[in-house]
Design a protein around this ligand. Structure first.
Ligand SMILES: *Cc1c(COP(=O)(O)O)cnc(C)c1O
Length: 422
């Protein structure tokens, strides 16, 4: 099946007389005929559902669909994108371990990696997204367990050279984890370029309608966890699960099986069935929506580039953008709907511009079906002083514009009248 067809049909195939749409299985638990039957699923949880803290039929259908869209072998949904980032690392890093991340990643992920994981004894080295192979290689230590990056970074909008980062990771027997939230599998499938694990905030384009917060981790099934001896949590007995060796018992998808049976069992950050149902509705139209976001954003980016009140613009679909070549390689069908730009005149002018918008709404969200804007300096990075903002690479006048699916003429007209007002 082609990807548009997969988005509609993967994960759920009703049989004779069954509901056309995947039902919401609003049940915490599952019934078995006997105590022995329950014991059997505890011995091999892949035989049946146990408890909705870590598995549920509605969510299972969505997991199968996302795994198919990304070209992975299995997936596990989480209750937020943050939970997906956290578990993707904790599944292979223990206290005393180290990992490497591109510094061009989502701000929430920076906090998680730089502060919260540090408190748990896991150290992260941040490296420039455009670092050379030697620079990435030089950051690898004996206790390094993985490398992390974002296909299109939120909000820096840089493009990750996935093949390069994967090559350096694999040379050192390390997996590459890629956050593919902004690209979605419609525009880029990182596994095809060498990524081993793909994660998403499904709260963004995948849902698209701003109705559920969620995340997902996808296992490519390609990484050899056993041979290097670095990943003992996967290749040696798990004493918390009566001695299971994940790489032996579940050779197809040991990473995701461990994440579910160990981490999700213990942390329980699993989505509610109702959220998964809503996410599935978004996924069904993802392949239709993504090209339209890209088409609208390209027109808006060209308009902004030609506007004399715009000081700078970041959109890798523009030929003038430093990441244009990488975008051509990894995102030939479009570079998503998010654009960052700065207006001439500083933060006050940016705020005045945003308040003059009438169609685009002011909100802490991105990748919605409706156009929205955010001034990071006034919102997500509000605690920082002007000096700290500059140090963090955030222009106080920077506006993150998430172009929606309205008629682009209406979006452009709204932007024009707001420019006229400043
Ligand atoms: C929003 C976002 C996250 C965090 O996801 P939540 O669903 O908000 O927890 C992670 N990565 C990227 C790229 C994001 O845009």
């Amino acid at each position: 099946m082609k990807i548009e067809t997969k988005a509609l049909h993967e994960g759920y195939s009703p049989k004779n007389g069954e509901p056309r749409v995947m039902p919401i299985y609003q049940s915490t638990t599952y019934v078995y005929d006997s105590t022995d039957a329950v014991a059997d699923v505890f011995d091999d949880p892949t035989l049946g559902m146990i408890y909705s803290r870590f598995e549920n039929p509605t969510t299972d259908a969505v997991e199968k669909k996302i795994a198919a869209l990304e070209g992975g072998v299995a997936a596990m949904c989480t209750s937020s994108g943050q939970a997906a980032s956290l578990l993707s690392i904790l599944n292979i890093c223990d206290a005393g371990d180290h990992f490497i991340s591109s510094s061009s990643i989502y701000g929430g992920t920076v906090n998680l990696f730089a502060f919260t994981l540090k408190k748990l004894g896991i150290e992260c080295t941040f490296i420039d997204v455009d670092a050379s192979e030697d620079e990435i290689r030089a950051a690898i230590k004996p206790n390094t367990k993985c490398i992390f990056g974002e296909t299109i970074a939120n909000p820096a909008l840089t493009v990750l050279d996935i093949e390069k980062w994967a090559r350096v990771a694999h040379e050192a027997d390390l997996p590459l984890i890629v956050d593919n939230t902004f690209a979605t599998p419609i525009l880029c499938r990182p596994i095809e370029w060498g990524a081993d694990i793909v994660i998403h905030s499904t709260s963004k384009y995948m849902d698209g309608h701003a109705v559920q917060v969620g995340g997902v981790i996808v296992d490519s099934g390609k990484f050899d966890w056993a041979s290097s001896g670095k990943f003992k949590g996967l290749s040696e007995p798990d004493e918390s699960y009566h001695g299971i060796v994940y790489t032996d018992k579940y050779p197809d998808a040991p990473y995701i099986t461990k994440a579910r049976m160990q981490l999700m069992r213990d942390f329980g950050c699993y989505p509610a069935a109702n959220s998964s149902f809503l996410l599935n509705l978004g996924l069904e139209t993802l392949a239709v929506r993504m090209p339209k976001y890209c088409e609208n954003a390209m027109k808006v980016a060209e308009f902004l580039e030609s506007c004399d009140k715009v000081k700078s613009i970041k959109y890798a679909g523009l030929k003038s953008d430093p990441h244009y070549e990488l975008a051509q390689k990894y995102l030939p069908d479009g570079v998503c709907g998010v654009i960052s730009f700065s207006v001439d005149g500083g933060r006050e002018t940016a705020v005045k511009f945003m308040d003059a918008l009438s169609l685009a709404s002011n909100e802490v969200h991105v990748a919605d079906i409706r156009t929205c804007v955010l001034n990071p300096a006034s919102a997500t990075h509000r605690q920082l002083t002007e000096e700290q903002l500059v140090a963090a690479g955030i222009d106080p006048a920077m506006i993150r514009l998430s172009v929606g699916l309205e008629n682009v003429e209406d979006i452009l007209e709204d932007l024009q009248q707001a420019f006229d007002a400043i």
